[in-house]
Ligand binder design. Structure first.
Ligand code: ADP
Ligand SMILES: O=P(O)(O)O[C@H]1O[C@H](CO)[C@@H](O[C@H]2O[C@H](CO)[C@@H](O)[C@H](O)[C@H]2O)[C@H](O)[C@H]1O
Length: 528
């Protein structure tokens, strides 16, 4: 499609710098965007902390201002659709950038079933007074017609160099194949999974992830999906289109804002799949335990075949990444630096979450063991990895396991997330996930429940068996056996458990006991 064939309304875009609270806007269809945005900004102070994806919940917001404002195309009788990058400032002098798709129209987004609660939470507020008096503002990703308009905008430009609207650049190499999906009235819904970002599912064919916290540069989710797709890996959903944005404070380093991928229809979320198996330890009489009180393979081992296959799929992804992207060897100073970084993260975490403090000493020893092993002359291969692998990032489809979300740990700087690392970091992260699934069963019991001792035994056996099966599958695919290097594996697992303690304290305090129990186990093992 040529640039001139885009709708004329595309020209009506506006951009502002992060320092101004009211960007200079162009009058659009007789409306005054300045006034609209000025009215919405104060409402966001209360609204943002109520969103699952907003990572600044524990920090008081001092200011919200638009960094960029872009009007997306639409006809005069449709609700307004604005793309905003918002600068959110905190009393700590820090600031984050968030992406918001703002809708403004007479009616709230509607959804049924699981989406209804989220559609209600998507409403930001009604405008009182001024040129927009009475208009309702909301997160437009929850509005099916506006979500389709965004898709049409993304796929509208099939140019190799992308098509531009103000600061936004859209790339759609498969654009023409997607036009049916974006037709008015086609189904579009926000995914129901608990997420750091927001995903919109179009029909049964494509899913668009809108990244929420935005940093300059190429997001590894896009980078690695494209690399794996180029390498012919069938273990990741094919990337179909994406868009990026120029940031006022980072000229020449556009940020990835959205990624459209093939939807894995009928795929089972790995976390839900594992939990369903684990919960049968509690509810299914056949699985309740053998007569002699020892769990049999039948009871705790039945997910192992899946864990083995998941291990194999993970190794295949690692092998493909190593074929297509740079691989290096870490020498002694680099391994020591890695161990020091783990120790620093532990210290920071123990300050942030006091429950961690009693375990600092033994956990430090785990990282010292890693540094010592470097002095003994070991070298380590490092490559691009997933970076935040867990069961919820895997999906069981009819064609086997697929891995999703190569974004890395969202809280880490992009540059760090794009660094090469030992692949065993992903393995350790997945091992933590098996532990989580098993420990989750115990969080459902009331304190003092008489079932607790028996179920704790079954749960830990379940975790051990599935962790072992995952490692066996990984090694069977021809990748390095992760259990052959226990010093490295323990250090990686400890580092992840420490990250999880901070993550749960900030996001799901009622789950904090899960990573803390792993911390206790790892600390005890280090003390022996
Ligand atoms: N290609 C896909 N096909 C089917 N479901 C998907 C696909 N990508 C993501 N999902 C679903 O959306 C959820 C969240 O996706 P994810 O990429 O992990 O987002 P986030 O970065 O917000 O955590 C996944 O757990 C999965 O249930
Ligand atoms: O999926 P995200 O990129 O948003 O990752 C974050 O959230 C995850 C939880 O949704 C969190 O994962 C932790 O909880 C999982 C169970 O919900 C468990 O399977 C993982 O092992 C555990 O780390 C992840 O750490 C965080 O970055």
């Amino acid at each position: 499609m040529s640039d001139t064939s885009r709708p004329r309304t595309l020209a009506a875009t506006t951009t502002a710098t992060a320092s101004s609270t009211t960007p200079s806007t162009t009058a659009v269809r007789g409306t005054d965007l300045d006034a609209l945005i000025r009215t919405v900004l104060p409402l966001l102070h209360d609204w943002l902390p109520r969103q699952r994806w907003f990572a600044g919940k524990h920090r008081p917001i001092t200011a919200v201002s638009p960094a960029t404002v872009t009007l997306l195309p639409g006809s005069a009788d449709e609700p307004l659709l604005l793309h905003l990058l918002l600068k959110v400032e905190y009393s700590s002098d820090q600031a984050d950038l968030y992406q918001l798709l703002l809708g403004a129209g007479p009616n709230a987004p509607t959804a049924t079933g699981a989406g209804a609660e989220r559609a209600r939470a998507a409403v930001i507020g009604r405008i009182g007074g001024g040129p927009h008096d009475g208009l309702l503002t909301y997160d437009a990703s929850h509005h099916p017609a506006l979500a389709l308009r965004l898709l049409r905008t993304i796929i509208g430009g099939g140019l190799p160099q992308g098509s531009r609207i103000g600061p936004l650049v859209f790339h759609a190499p498969h654009g023409p194949d997607l036009t049916d999906l974006a037709a008015p009235g086609s189904p579009a819904r926000v995914g129901t999974a608990e997420q750091s970002n927001t995903s919109i599912v179009y029909g049964d064919s494509a899913i668009l992830k809108l990244f929420r916290r935005i940093t300059p540069g190429l997001n590894p989710d896009l980078e690695l999906s494209l690399a794996l797709s180029r390498a012919g890996s069938g273990r990741v959903p094919t990337p179909l289109a994406w868009f990026e944005g120029d940031l006022p404070d980072a000229p020449g380093d556009p940020a990835t804002l959205g990624l459209l991928q093939r939807y894995l229809l009928g795929g089972k979320d790995g976390w839900e799949f594992a939990l369903a198996h684990v919960s049968r330890l509690r509810t299914d009489p056949e699985w309740m335990g053998s007569r002699d009180g020892h769990p049999s393979d039948h009871i705790t081992g039945n997910f192992s075949a899946e864990s083995f296959l998941l291990g194999r799929a993970t190794a295949e992804v690692h092998l493909a990444l190593a074929r297509t992207l740079p691989v290096t060897v870490l020498d002694r100073p680099q391994i020591e630096a890695m161990a020091q970084a783990m120790t620093r993260r532990l210290e920071a975490a123990a300050l942030a979450v006091p429950a961690l403090a009693p375990y600092r000493e033994p956990l430090r020893r785990i990282f010292q063991d890693l540094a010592r092993s470097a002095r003994d002359g070991r070298l380590l291969r490092a490559q691009r990895i997933h970076g935040d692998l867990h069961l919820g990032q895997s999906m069981r489809t009819a064609r086997g396991w697929a891995l999703l979300d190569f974004e890395g740990e969202p809280a880490k700087p992009l540059e760090e997330r794009r660094r090469v690392q030992p692949a065993v970091r992903d393995v350790a992260a997945m091992l933590r996930s098996f532990d989580y699934a098993a420990a989750h069963l115990l969080t459902e019991l009331a304190p003092g429940d008489p079932e607790l001792p028996r179920l704790s035994g079954l749960a830990s056996t379940w975790a051990l068996r599935n962790r072992a099966a995952f490692c066996a599958g990984y090694a069977a695919a021809g990748a390095e056996d992760p259990t052959a290097d226990p010093v490295l594996l323990h250090a990686m697992e400890t580092d992840k458990a420490v990250y999880e303690v901070v993550y749960e304290a900030g996001n799901r305090p009622e789950w904090l006991a899960i990573p803390l129990s792993a911390v206790v186990r790892l600390a005890q093992a280090a003390g022996r």
